[in-house]
Design a protein around this ligand. Sequence first.
Ligand code: ATP
Length: 318
Amino acid sequence: MDQDRIMIDVRGLEKNFGHVKAVDRISFQVRAGQVVGFIGANGAGKTTTMRILATLSSADAGEVKIAGLDVMEYPAEVRRKLGWMPDQFGVYDYVSVFEYLDFYARAYGFKAQERRRRVEEVMVFTDLATFGDRPMRGLSKGQAQKLCFGRTLLHDPEILILDEPAAGLDPRARIEFKNLVRILAQRGKTILISSHILSELGEMCDAMLFIDGGRLVYQGTASELMRQSGTEAGGLVEVVVAGEREKLLQWFECRPGWKLIRATREGALAAFESDQPEALAAQLRMMVGEGLPLVEFKRIERRLEDAFVDMLKNGGQA
Ligand code: ATP
């Protein structure tokens, strides 16, 4: 696999629905073998972008190439190269797991033995091998989602575009799903995967794209995002005070080594340059010594979500 090969190339993409700028001049590239998270709130423009990539909708402006092929000029070739998992898919109550996959394999044009082999492979891969005769209405949400995921793999595409594939899954099903993505990544697939939950994607993606109001506001890795918000190496602390929090905010503003992340309802979230317990204990003693009316001083694990909120507050980066 040529890891420098650009498999998804999006330049100046725009899509409007009336006055709504659903996608507003987005540009990004995904290289061969990368797993990239596409993250944004409801209505941010993820599905609209992904549908254009999957040749299901046309752009108003801009250019999209999949494996070097323009999606508008070569839609049939592009579809052969990519697997698309929509965020909503039909569940046919009385169609069995096998029949469902067999139907799609027929649609891809696979014949007899080859079709059977592919369907069986996908059932094994998605852990649905023992569910072949089970009607879809008897599947749990996680199983139905895996089935739809399996459907996108039937033609062994090089590129996968997955729209909210983990939405609504319980923690166990989410872990199983992550494992499948990991295996596919190891096999060299290029994967673009959307979610509105950042932590859902953080650990499985090589890079992340954040979309907000149709615009790309950040692209980079999870650790770059943490670093950019300035607290990756340090300790994050949530402090609650009795009464007025102004004195506490000032304290964080002027003390060396501290960075105020944000004021909270009863105090503040701040980062100290070190996360060593002794260093934090010394700071705590100093705060108490200087008369700050502390009610709580709690070291917390920094979450990607916090870093993202900080980055948005700082005006984005992309
Ligand atoms: P979600 O997480 O809720 O799926 P999303 O990030 O995928 O959201 P989109 O579905 O791409 O967001 O929607 C982006 C914007 O475009 C929204 O304001 C939405 O209301 C609007 N939009 C999307 N599709 C259409 C449509 N067919 N007609 C009119 N407006 C649309």
